[in-house]
Design a protein around this ligand. Structure first.
Ligand code: GLC
Ligand code: MG
Length: 541
């Protein structure tokens, strides 16, 4: 069991993301819920992670799968009750698992009482001042989900002509973070969950809270701070003003006992800008989206690791690593895509499908590379089963607003959110007691089911379990990295006494002599084949 008294536990933690609606269903409605999480805690304990992060389970109309929050201090009846949440925290803690929850401060749901009040109260009211409301759109911005970023208050029942800003769906109005009442309310919300015993927060769209409304930008569908070209700074993302907010939050967390932490979802790639989020008085961590976006290529990966060191070590923050989450193409599919085609558009039923075997080999190899690095790592539910993206979902079952707001031009994120397969022989692959699932699962999930993989020594699930056990035993999370020079296509480093070699090239690489293989992502004999990572220790011979 994890030692829950480790100070600054998050520095080396492996944190498992639970997307509650797709993890496990306990009441048979086809939608995962907190009861399902409680029932499957043993899976996470056996896996050997340190903490879980729960994506939103708050009351919500579910227009953006819960990232549209109508009440920040309760549990949606679809997901359970506050009492179940307390049970979950208690059981998780008793099993040595920390719990972090998602906080969504950029916008509320249009069904949040604040927005209802803003609609009723009319122009110039303090109720409207909590949102970004203007007499007309004051810029040309597009929503990340497609379409314009401004909608009329009258679409939501107001009888005046004002407009409001929404960086995402129209049912997700952006809060105005200049407003002191908004700031105070979120400090209160953090306190509510901290008192219930959570160990930290994942902060949604952390780089978006403060905007420069005077800036022009009509690039849709991207949350990257500077993606137009390396220099262009976008007026809705990564403004300097966000940092002051997080310094007060850091203070709030510090006023509770235990080591509470927060991690930023900030789509910022420039190491110098990333470093600002993880100053000692701000976030404890930020997701490493540069690593997540990297191709399976030793040179690219090495540069990313250098940049990560630049962004974190100088300010004393831990490096973090992440390959998948509920927004991106599952890496068992993504890593098999040709360079430059890492978007979902080319992945639908009408397109040639990437090679699933190559994808799985690379996913396993990338995982061992990630878990061999010092720092903290994030896993997304189902990756331990080697799940691919579901690319064949028909249009009429798709639910993601990005699909609907772009008229199907963007396929959307449903393909990485398909309910998990627990038992190969059960209806719905054992997702819940009735076999219902809110999205259809592909037949290929049978081979990925957790019960089948438990029994197979070479399964992806058992590779994750072994890797996490070795990582813990050798304390790789707290290690230091020392590069080893290898030929092109090979990434190699030492982490303490452990050597990690990833072969991203096409040719086999000879296995160095006199070392004992601790674990490998594929079969190794005298050679490390292509798309394989090995961990080795200097043997005692
Ligand atoms: C974050 C979430 C994503 C959500 C968006 C708007 O990027 O990860 O799922 O749609 O914020 O809240
Ligand atoms: Mg349910």
């Amino acid at each position: 069991m994890n030692d829950m008294s480790t100070p600054e536990w998050w520095r080396s933690a492996v944190i498992y993301q639970i997307y509650p609606r797709s993890f496990a269903d306990s009441d048979g409605d086809g939608m995962g819920d907190l009861g399902g999480v409680i029932e499957h805690l043993d899976h996470l304990v056996a896996l050997g992670v340190d903490a879980i992060w729960l994506s939103p389970f708050y009351p919500s109309p579910q227009n953006d799968a819960g990232y549209d929050v109508a009440d920040y201090c309760d549990v949606d009846p679809r997901f359970g009750t506050l009492g179940q949440f307390d049970t979950l925290v208690e059981r998780a803690h008793a099993s040595g698992l920390r719990v972090i929850v998602d906080i969504v401060p950029n916008h509320t749901s249009s069904e949040h009482p604040w927005f209802r009040e803003a609609v009723e109260a009319g122009p110039g009211s303090p109720e409207r001042a909590r949102y970004i409301v203007r007499d007309e759109p004051v810029n040309d911005w597009k929503s990340v989900f497609g379409g314009p970023a401004w909608s009329r208050m009258s679409d939501f029942g107001a009888d005046d002509d004002q407009w409001f800003l929404h960086l995402f769906d129209a049912t997700q109005p952006d809060l105005d973070w200049i407003n002191e009442e908004v700031r105070a309310e979120f400090r209160r919300i953090l306190g509510f969950w901290l008192r219930r015993g959570v160990d930290g927060f994942r902060v949604d769209v952390a780089h978006g809270l403060v905007k420069d409304l005077t800036g022009s930008d009509d690039h849709a569908s991207s949350m990257l701070g500077a993606n137009v070209d390396a220099e262009t700074k976008r007026p809705m993302w990564d403004q300097d003003g966000v940092h002051e907010i997080y310094r007060t939050w850091h203070h709030v967390l510090g006023s509770y006992d235990g080591d509470r932490m927060m991690v930023a979802e900030a789509w910022v790639l420039d190491p110098a800008r990333v470093a600002l989020y993880v100053r000692p008085d701000e976030f404890h961590q930020t997701f490493n989206f540069q690593f997540l976006s990297a191709r399976w290529d030793a040179k690219v990966l090495r540069e990313v690791i250098y940049d990560t060191m630049d962004a974190t070590l100088a300010v004393g923050a831990p490096m973090t690593w992440v390959l998948s989450n509920h927004d991106v193409i599952r890496h068992a599919t993504r890593l098999a895509l040709p360079p430059g085609q890492e978007r979902r558009n080319g992945l639908g039923p009408d397109h040639p499908q990437p090679d699933a075997n190559v994808g799985l080999r690379r996913a396993r190899a990338a995982t061992l590379l990630m878990l061999g690095l010092p720092g903290s790592a994030y896993l997304y539910q189902g990756e331990e089963l080697g799940l691919p993206e579901h690319t064949m979902l028909p249009a009429d079952v798709r639910q993601d607003p990005t699909f609907h707001r772009t008229g199907g031009e963007e396929l959307g994120r449903d393909g990485c959110r398909v309910p998990l397969p627990w038992e190969a022989d059960q209806p719905g692959f054992g997702f819940g007691p009735t076999g219902r699932t809110w999205l259809p699962q592909p037949a290929s999930f049978a081979a990925h089911a957790a019960d089948v993989q438990k029994e197979r020594a070479d399964s992806t699930l058992n590779m994750y379990r072994s890797a996490l056990a070795i990582r813990r035993e050798l304390d790789l999370g707290n290690g230091a990295l020392e590069w080893l020079e290898m030929r092109d296509g090979v990434l190699a480093f030492r982490n303490g006494d452990t050597t990690v070699i990833a072969n991203t090239g096409d040719d086999p690489v000879p296995l160095p002599d006199e070392i004992e293989v601790l674990i490998a992502s594929g079969e190794v004999s005298a050679d490390i084949p292509a798309d394989t990572t090995v961990w080795m220790s200097r043997s005692a011979v």
